[in-house]
Design a protein around this ligand. Structure first.
Ligand SMILES: Cc1cc2nc3c(=O)[nH]c(=O)nc-3n(C[C@H](O)[C@H](O)[C@H](O)COP(=O)(O)OP(=O)(O)OC[C@H]3O[C@@H](n4cnc5c(N)ncnc54)[C@H](O)[C@@H]3O)c2cc1C
Length: 499
């Protein structure tokens, strides 16, 4: 039988890899998807976005039940959390979607190959050879005209520590058989604050230690402040500008020594979660046999996701300079495949990437923060709408948070925009019907009129502020979970590789 030469071989089946595979299949490319783990889906599906969002949903329900009386619902005082059932539900959701991915690969005629993929060097006569080492230790080879690297990332660890049953990363913390009585979380990025939120809802004493001066440091400063306030109200302790000096294991858990303002403190807890960022998984994949020179493990790409080695593309968490988010990886995959397939597409504009943090309260953002807008020389005008004054917020009993529009007063009525935003998840549906790109390359959003008594209604108040000004950012915080998804979809439709 003649040897199969794939049009594209994709190494890694996380959201970057599987989205690229589906799109490649749709374009009629002969596609192989190589995955080292037994199931498709990567970090996001198995130990990232999906299981955390499942737990966050349980946590939200649990929190609502605590306040049931206020909503006229009685008889739930004797409520009991069945943690095993919560975990079981999470597992079932993940398993269902992993199965769904297998089905999607078949449907799109993508061949999945189990094993650890590594490059053997540049293409010879236009064809690459990839080594695939199976679980049995045997290595086979596959040939492809193009390669997509989508090997993802893993949790960074504090030097000298190793994950186990007391020192946890995002993987171990999802497998806990019991809710810890106390939990220290090192790192207040999205992962850290989401787990803080989950375990506080379920009754853990949570302490956050963040090295930088504020929580969620990539977000607008006001968002950080408001989150700190909301977390304080929830009883979550947070130390910022805190340097962890030592983590020691004790009989009952861990003892953590840290320094704030030159003063050393100690805290004991049952578990510690290390959430200090994610390192790209680019070791042992044969980069050294190509011209690709990783930068601290990250791979540099051009706007079409091409690496320095012709025919090799990189997408997802391993890419240098784009945020490590699932929707970013997915879009990058589609951009790369559009290039390989010779189909119409558009490179990603890094300024149009929405961010989402699904803690309680939630954060959604897109565009520039106020500080960044000032730094970039915009004549910044800020419009802010706190949810305290919003009727929908009263209805759902969620007054924490605000929406903040950062606009540039200098540019008249153009409304060319970057956006950062947040609002209640279900009450954004009437918004953001479509977006178009302005001539300056900023997303221009045509706002449909929001339904009344909807949180996005708050945004209408912003119209007064923003009329006659160019948006440069929209930031906010509240119970906002699905807004970022809507923004992502909207930006995909304006920025993506869709024909
Ligand atoms: C706790 C947590 C919560 C998160 N929540 C969100 C969220 O709500 N929203 C969001 O947008 N992002 C979220 N993220 C980030 C998101 O999970 C990542 O951005 C996303 O998974 C990256 O996708 P990827 O395809 O690049 O890599 P991964 O998802 O890491 O997938 C890489 C895949 O490649 C495989 N692989 C690696 N090396 C090889 C090899 N040599 N051969 C074969 N296979 C290989 C791996 O086994 C893995 O399956 C979260 C992350 C964490 C940790």
């Amino acid at each position: 039988m003649p040897e199969t030469i794939y049009d594209v071989a994709i190494i890694g089946s996380g959201p970057a890899g599987y989205t690229a595979a589906i799109r490649a299949g749709q374009y009629g490319l002969k596609t192989a998807l190589i995955e080292k783990d037994s199931l498709l889906g990567g970090t996001c599906l198995h130990v990232g976005c999906i299981p955390t969002k499942a737990l966050l949903f349980n946590a939200e329900l649990w929190d609502h039940l605590k306040e049931a009386k206020e909503y006229g619902i009685e008889g739930v005082d004797a409520r009991k959390l069945n943690w095993a059932a919560v975990q079981d539900r999470r597992g079932k959701i993940v398993a269902k979607h992993a199965k769904g991915l297998e089905f999607l690969m078949k449907k799109n005629k993508v061949e999945t190959i189990k094993g650890f993929g590594s490059l053997t060097g540049p293409a010879k006569n236009g064809v690459f050879t990839v080594d695939v080492k199976g679980a049995d230790g045997k290595t086979s080879q596959i040939k492809a005209k193009n390669i997509l690297l989508s090997t993802g990332s893993e949790a960074r660890m504090i030097p000298g520590l190793q994950a186990d049953d007391k020192i946890l990363t995002n993987i171990e913390i999802l497998q806990l058989a019991e809710i810890p009585k106390s939990l220290v979380i090192v790192g207040a990025g999205a992962v850290g604050v989401e787990f803080a939120s989950i375990y506080k809802s379920f009754g853990s004493e949570v302490t956050i230690l963040e090295m930088l001066p504020r929580l969620v440091p990539v977000e607008d400063e006001e968002v950080s402040k408001e989150l700190a306030r909301a977390f304080r109200k929830r009883g979550i302790t947070a130390h910022t500008s805190a340097k962890v000096d030592k983590v020691e294991k004790t009989k009952s858990g861990v003892s953590v020594t840290f320094t704030v303002d030159g003063k050393q403190q100690k805290i004991d807890a049952e578990k510690i979660l290390i959430a200090i960022g994610r390192k790209p998984r680019t070791e042992n994949i044969g980069l050294e046999k190509t011209s690709i020179k990783p930068d601290r493990g990250f791979i540099k790409v051009d706007p079409w996701m091409q690496t320095s080695e012709p025919g090799i593309y990189a997408i997802g968490d391993i890419v240098l300079g784009t945020p490590q988010l699932a929707h970013v990886g997915s879009m990058e995959g589609m951009v790369a495949i559009s290039k390989i397939a010779g189909k119409p597409g558009k490179p990603i504009n890094p300024n149009h990437i929405p961010g989402a943090t699904y803690s309680h309260p939630e954060i959604g953002s897109v565009g520039l923060t106020e500080a960044k807008a000032r730094e970039e020389g915009y004549n910044v005008k800020v419009g802010k709408f706190p949810f305290t004054a919003n009727s929908r917020a009263s209805i759902v009993g969620q007054h924490d948070g605000f929406i903040k529009i950062i606009s540039d007063a200098k540019h008249g009525n153009s409304r060319r925009s970057h956006h950062r935003s947040a609002g209640h998840r279900t009450h954004r549906r009437g918004r953001h019907r479509h977006g178009t790109r302005s001539h300056r390359g900023r997303p221009h959003v045509d706002h449909s009129r929001p339904p009344h008594a909807c949180r996005s209604h708050a945004r209408r108040h912003q119209q007064r502020v923003r009329n006659g000004h160019q948006y440069v950012g929209l930031v906010g915080l509240g119970q906002a979970s699905r807004l970022p998804c809507l923004l992502a979809r909207m930006l995909e439709s304006t920025e993506g590789a869709h024909p």
